[in-house]
Design a protein around this ligand. Structure first.
Ligand code: A2P
Length: 276
């Protein structure tokens, strides 16, 4: 990734529409609404995270909003993402409901959660949500390169991110290259393989050599590959640990070893199997 796309402190990236997005986010997939989610978000904000990634389908937007308000941190200092649930019909109306649940006037990023029913039908509503100021940036998630191309043919406002499952074990090189070539930043969800990649012996070996944890190695790999990265945890010490990733570097030999763990064949697809 070109260095000029990063902000001066190296912790945020400038999207194609000019908006800045912090590289590290707390993901709250599968975190139940209520105290557990509120605490996780509060701890993350205390640990210095300035980007929280939620979704209509997660059912926890209200907790994210409450933790944000209770933190006392200025709204403009925290980047909030939510996602349009494509089982609903109207992205504009659903954005209004998200804003109510979150208790904010706009989100920073609103993305189509997955291309159910095809990659283009929801975009008109996403653009209306953008035009009405409900979201500063709009994007997609779980889109393959071909689906991005289909969308770009009809879009007036282009998507600026594609959020996909991404880690050394799911190193979808062709998808990453396609996103970068089309002006979409790639966001890595489940960067720890929902926990299972933490047990890999090669990841553990690199972690031990660097005096870091496997989670930090996987998050650092994503940062060095130019990605926005969204690790999830509900434990305070892990949330803090996962943020300590800007003070060390993996060598190019470490990066090569990690790259070699890919099991996708460097695909330009977003998923091995769809769930819809
Ligand atoms: P928990 O939420 O109980 O802390 P991913 O980000 O790939 O979805 O992975 C999330 C999973 O990894 C969760 O099960 C989370 O557990 C676990 N996890 C997150 N950070 C760490 C860490 N630093 N050490 C160990 N496990 C972690």
């Amino acid at each position: 990734m070109a260095a000029e796309k990063l902000t001066q402190d190296g912790r945020a990236r400038v999207l194609a529409d000019g908006n800045e997005i912090p590289l590290l986010a707390l993901g709250v997939w599968q975190v139940p609404d209520g105290p557990e989610c509120e605490k996780a978000v509060r701890w993350a904000l205390e640990a210095g995270y300035r980007h929280i990634d939620t979704a209509q389908a997660y059912g926890n937007e209200a907790s994210v909003g409450r933790a944000l308000r209770d933190s006392g941190i200025a709204r403009e200092d925290v980047f909030i993402t939510t996602k349009f649930y494509p089982g609903s019909r109207d992205p504009e109306a659903e954005a209004e409901r998200s804003l109510e649940r979150l208790g904010v006037e706009r989100v920073d990023l609103y993305i189509v959660h997955w291309p159910q029913g095809g990659p283009t039908w929801a975009w008109d509503g996403m653009q209306r949500a953008h035009e009405r100021g409900y979201a500063r940036s709009i994007g997609v998630s779980n889109f393959a390169a071909s689906e991005i191309d289909d969308l770009l043919k009809v879009a007036d406002v282009a998507p600026v991110v594609n959020q996909v499952q991404f880690s050394p074990f799911e190193f979808r090189r062709k998808l990453l290259a396609a996103c970068e070539a089309r002006g979409l930043a790639l966001e890595a969800y489940s960067p720890l393989g929902t926990g299972r990649h933490l047990r890999d012996s090669q990841v553990a070996e690199i972690a031990e050599r660097r005096g870091r944890t496997p989670a930090q190695v996987l998050i650092r790999w994503a940062l060095q590959r130019g990605l926005i990265v969204l690790p999830k945890s509900t434990h305070r010490e892990r949330i803090e640990q996962n943020a300590q990733v800007f003070d060390f570097e993996l060598t190019s030999a470490d990066m090569d070893t990690l790259d070699g763990l890919d099991g996708t064949g460097g695909t330009d697809r977003a998923l091995e199997q769809t769930w819809w």
